[in-house]
Design a protein around this ligand. Structure first.
Ligand code: HEM
Length: 151
């Protein structure tokens, strides 16, 4: 057991928390309760628990590998999209369709990042994984919409 493995543990806890918060957000959208109040507190904790250990591990061992650069960009997009959607939901200024679209895109994007983090591919494959995850999430949101419309 060394410092690096503890830092990796914290990073993975941050990633697990991200998926818990995404799940709570999705259930909230479906069941009609506002998860934004919880996510407003735990979201930044998850984001920081991912970022700072990630930077430590990058500097300690990996450098600016393609999968890390893509991970940083996706982390930023997930944080910005999540914050914007949460504020919109709390103010009532975003439709539930748009909120669901944003949510599923972030779920797909985060899954793409987990692929990159475990497989550690080159830049091109890393970008493709995150873009494909995001696109699948967006497509799932459109399919959900069609189901609702035809139900
Ligand atoms: C949505 C954002 C992120 C998620 C969900 C995520 C998730 C993960 C997971 C699950 C692992 C463990 C992989 C394994 O041990 O096989 C990991 C490893 C790693 N992550 Fe992230 N990560 C994210 C963002 C970042 C960012 C922004 C950085 C850099 C600043 C980063 C740097 C690293 C590094 C260097 C490792 C490799 C550790 C190792 O294998 O020794 N991650 N990440």
């Amino acid at each position: 057991m060394d410092l690096y493995s503890i830092v990796l543990f914290v990073h993975i806890v941050g990633a697990l928390l991200l998926f818990v918060l995404l799940t709570v957000e999705g259930v909230g959208l479906r069941a009609g309760f506002r998860s934004a109040a919880v996510n407003r507190v735990l979201g930044p904790i998850s984001a920081l628990a991912i970022l700072f250990p990630g930077i430590y591990m990058m500097r300690a061992q990996w450098g600016w590998d393609g999968w890390i650069v893509v991970g940083i960009a996706a982390w930023f997009l997930i944080a910005v999209l999540g914050t914007g959607t949460g504020i919109g939901v709390m103010r009532g200024s975003i439709s539930s369709r748009a909120a669901t679209f944003s949510w599923l895109m972030r779920v797909g994007m985060a899954l793409g990042v987990v692929f990159d983090m475990t497989v550690k591919p080159d830049l091109l494959v890393s970008v493709v994984a995150v873009v494909a995850g995001t696109a699948i999430g967006a497509a799932a949101s459109l399919a959900t919409r069609r189901q609702v419309l035809t139900a």
